[in-house]
Design a binder for this molecule. Structure first.
Ligand SMILES: [Zn+2]
Length: 283
């Protein structure tokens, strides 16, 4: 069966709702690598051309090879900062323009970015079993490898704690992934219906500012919470929009017609690295 572009968009949208940044504590080799669904062999890249594309033959880079799929960047902080910065245009426009001396070319690159990183250079910050040997200054410099504007464009920052070995056997099985899948598909169908009259908009992540006002307008209580979060966490206007989009998705997962204050609160909770006090938090 050959999937049309719209079918592939639907499949992609069923897989993912928003962007993720995972912080995996104390595991993983210290080397940057890229993995995309259409190019599943992990590659080590620290150069702009590898990620963005634009060799002498104007070949597409990993961001375009991951079009309508998932782009996974392992050990995000090990990438060269200039390399990571090229993600800003693709994450915003879902297209990338490459200009070289003898050509200018544009490639599509609508992908879901998933990335992982350690919480500090030694990898043990916040680990209950190991002592982190990094100073607050070292941790701050480590996190500063990811620029504020790039961080702004990542919807969810999620901390994952290592589970001690003796706890693993006591853990009860959680909600099975089949029921997760059903909830996600249901939420995706709600979004398909919502954006039926819009061209090239299939999910909440693609909403414009005007759509946000129409479909994710916060109530009075939520507005107060957002105002406080903006002031306390120094959130940008972009982060504000992203919070509303994530809140809309959380509401869809609960089949809630309106975005309510608990949805906004949960979405604000996912802006973990925006707070700027990571190195002093002692998680
Ligand atoms: Zn450390």
């Amino acid at each position: 069966m050959v999937l049309t572009e719209r079918d592939r968009c639907k499949v992609f949208n069923h897989i993912g709702i928003v962007l993720f940044l995972y912080i995996i504590i104390g595991i993983g080799p210290i080397s940057a690598s890229v993995l995309s669904v259409k190019n599943p062999s992990p590659k080590s890249y620290t150069c702009v051309v590898g990620l963005a594309g634009g060799t002498t033959k104007a070949m597409p880079g990993e961001v375009s090879l991951a079009h309508n799929g998932v782009l996974f960047l392992d050990e995000l902080t090990e990438f060269n900062r200039a390399t990571l910065e090229i993600l800003r245009q693709p994450l915003e426009d879902r297209r990338i323009t490459i200009t070289r001396a003898n050509y200018t070319i544009e490639y599509p690159c609508s992908f879901m970015l998933v990335a992982s990183m350690n919480p500090c250079p030694c990898g043990y910050y916040g680990d209950p079993l190991h002592k982190c040997t990094c100073t607050p200054g070292q941790i701050s410099r480590y996190l500063a490898k990811i620029s504020g504007p790039l961080l702004d464009r990542i919807d969810i920052h999620c901390e994952i704690q290592a589970v001690p070995f003796n706890e693993l056997s006591k853990m009860k099985p959680g909600e099975p992934s089949t029921s997760h899948r059903e909830r996600v598909i249901k939420a995706r169908l709600i979004q398909e219906e919502r954006f039926n009259d819009y061209k090239n908009v299939h999910c909440n992540a693609q909403m414009t500012e005007r759509m946000l006002h129409k479909y994710a307008e916060p109530d009075e209580a939520s507005l107060d919470m957002l105002r406080l979060a903006m002031e306390k966490l120094s959130l940008s206007a972009r982060a504000y929009s992203r919070i509303l989009k994530v809140a809309r998705t959380i509401a869809d997962l609960e089949s809630s017609e309106k975005v309510q204050s608990q949805h906004i609160a949960e979405a604000i909770g996912y802006r973990n690295l925006d707070r700027g006090d990571w190195a002093e938090r002692g998680i």
